[in-house]
Write a protein that binds this ligand. Structure first.
Ligand code: GTP
Ligand code: MG
Length: 370
C-alpha cells in the first residue's frame, strides 16, 4: 500500500504535525496525527501547504525499492556461469558462438521464426552455460561503465595460425580490470599452420599462464569449423564456474540487467534481460531503468514463449512502457504503483541531469563567445 502517516508526512515537510492536521481539515479530511492517509491525499495536502510536489523524494522511492529487493530472500543456490567471448578481429568469435548455438541450442517450434536474441544458454551433460552473444570489447566496457556486472567468465579466442594480437591484449586487460577469469580458446586448430604452443607462449607475456605451464588458466584447443575441442571448452568453462562457486537466490522476485533492447513495430518495446537473482515470471511488475510495466510475455532464445526464467538465464521481455537501455537494471516489484513511482522519479532525475548538462554546455558557449 502506498500510504503515509500524518506524522511522517509532517516530518518530511519539516512542519509541525498539527499544521498538517489543520491543512487536512481545511481540505475536508479529518485525520489525527497518527492516522494513515493515502498517496493522493498526501500530495494534495503537500501542495495545499505550498510545497511544490514534494511527494516522496528520489531517495525514498529508491530506498523503498531496495527494501523490496532485500525482502527477496531465500537460499542461494548454484547458478550457471555467464560467459562473454572476446578476442582479436577474425579470430573466430562469431564462428565459435554460431557453432555452439547451432549444435547445442534447441531449435524453435517447426515453422516458428527464431528470434535472434543477444544471448542464449546451452545445456551440456555437465551443466548449463549462458553466452552473451555480443562479442565486442566496446559492449563489455559500456556495460562495465554503467556499473553492470553480467559476465562471470571471459572466453578469450586466439587464432592458432595468427597468435596474440593487439585486441587479444586489450581483451586480457578488460578481463583483468573487471576481475573476470579467462578461459582461453585457441581456435582454428584445424589449419595446417596452426601453432597452439606458440599461442600459449605468447600469452605468458600478458601474465596469462596456461595450466600446463604451471599457471591457473585453462586452455582448450578448438576448431569452430569442425567442432573439434568444443566439448572440452564447455567442460573447462564449467570447471571454472565451479571454482567461482557462483550462486544466486533461486526463488523470489527477480532482479537483473538489460542486455539489449529495441522498439518492435508489432510488439512494442522489447528488452533482452539477464535474470541474475530470483525468478522472472509472466505477469510480474517490473522497474527497468526508467521504464516500468507488467511482463506480458517472455521468450527464450529459440523464440518460444516461456512462463519463467531463473538465474543466469537470458530472456526477452514484452510489456514495458518504453525502451530501456543496455546496462539498465530491472527489479520485479509487488505492486505497479511502486514500479511506476520509481521509474518516473528516475526519469525525472535523468531529464534533470541532462538539462543541467545542457545548461552547462550553453554556459560554456556563452563564455566562449565573450
Ligand atoms: P570479427 O567479428 O570480425 O572480429 O571476427 P570474428 O572473431 O567473429 O571471426 P569470424 O567468426 O567471423 O571468423 C573469421 C574467419 O575465420 C571466417 O572466415 C571464419 O570462417 C574463419 N574461421 C573461424 N573459425 C575457424 C576455424 O576454427 N577454422 C578455420 N579454418 N577457419 C575458421
Ligand atoms: Mg564476429
Amino acid at each position: 500500500g502506498d500510504t503515509i502517516t500524518v506524522a511522517d508526512l509532517a516530518q518530511k515537510l519539516a512542519m509541525k504535525g498539527g499544521d498538517v492536521v489543520k491543512a487536512l481539515f481545511k481540505m475536508g479530511v479529518m485525520a489525527t496525527i497518527n492516522q494513515v492517509i493515502d498517496h493522493d491525499t498526501a500530495v494534495l495536502v503537500t501542495e495545499e501547504l505550498g510545497h511544490k510536489a514534494v511527494r516522496a523524494s528520489d531517495a525514498d522511492a529508491e530506498t523503498a525499492l531496495l527494501a523490496h529487493v532485500e525482502e527477496v530472500q531465500g537460499e542461494k543456490k548454484p547458478r550457471p556461469p555467464v560467459v562473454t567471448i572476446m578476442g582479436h578481429v577474425d579470430h573466430g568469435k562469431t564462428s565459435l558462438l554460431d557453432h555452439i548455438r547451432r549444435t547445442r541450442v534447441a531449435a524453435g517450434e517447426a515453422g516458428g521464426i527464431t528470434q535472434h536474441i543477444g544471448a542464449y544458454h546451452v545445456t551440456t551433460p555437465k551443466g548449463v552455460i549462458s553466452f552473451l552473444d555480443t562479442p565486442g570489447h566496446a559492449a563489455f566496457s559500456a556495460m562495465r561503465a554503467r556499473g553492470a556486472k553480467v559476465t562471470d567468465i571471459v572466453v578469450l579466442v586466439v587464432a592458432a595460425d595468427d597468435g596474440v594480437k593487439p585486441q587479444t591484449a586489450e581483451a586480457i586487460q578488460h578481463a583483468k580490470a573487471a576481475g573476470v577469469p579467462i578461459v582461453v580458446a585457441v581456435n582454428k586448430v584445424d589449419k595446417s599452420d596452426a601453432d597452439p604452443l606458440r599461442v600459449k607462449n605468447e600469452l605468458l607475456t600478458y601474465d596469462v599462464v596456461a595450466e600446463e605451464f604451471g599457471g591457473d588458466v585453462q586452455v582448450a584447443e578448438v576448431s569452430a569449423k569442425t567442432g573439434q575441442g568444443i566439448d572440452d571448452l564447455l567442460d573447462k568453462i564449467l570447471l571454472q564456474a565451479e571454482v567461482l562457486d557462483l550462486r544466486a537466490v533461486a526463488d523470489g522476485r527477480a532482479t537483473g540487467t538489460v542486455l539489449e533492447s529495441a522498439l518492435d513495430k508489432g510488439r512494442g518495446p522489447v528488452a533482452t534481460v539477464l535474470v541474475q537473482q530470483g525468478v522472472l515470471r509472466r505477469g510480474d511488475y517490473m522497474v527497468c531503468g526508467v521504464q516500468y510495466g507488467r511482463v506480458r510475455a517472455l521468450f527464450n532464445e529459440s523464440g518460444q514463449q516461456v512462463q519463467e526464467a531463473g538465474p543466469s538465464i537470458p530472456v526477452q521481455v514484452l510489456g514495458l512502457s518504453g525502451v530501456p537501455e543496455a546496462g539498465d537494471d530491472f527489479v520485479v516489484v509487488e505492486d505497479e504503483r511502486l514500479a511506476k513511482d520509481v521509474a518516473q522519479q528516475r526519469d525525472a532525475k535523468r531529464r534533470e541531469s541532462r538539462l543541467v548538462a545542457q545548461a552547462g554546455n550553453r554556459m560554456e558557449d556563452v563564455l566562449a563567445q565573450m
